[in-house]
Design a protein. Structure first.
Length: 43
């Protein structure tokens, strides 16, 4: 993961797009974690 991030950051022209993609990925992961955590409690 760290290697991939380093590779992404080394490509200057696409930094903004990659940051947006990273934010989207983080939000998606956080949403998945929230769903996983809340689902057992809902039962």
């Amino acid at each position: 993961m760290a290697q991939a991030l380093a590779t992404l950051k080394s490509v200057e022209p696409k930094v903004m797009v990659q940051e947006q993609e990273a934010s989207t990925t983080i939000l998606a992961a956080a949403t998945e974690v929230t769903i996983v955590v809340l689902t057992p409690r809902a039962k």
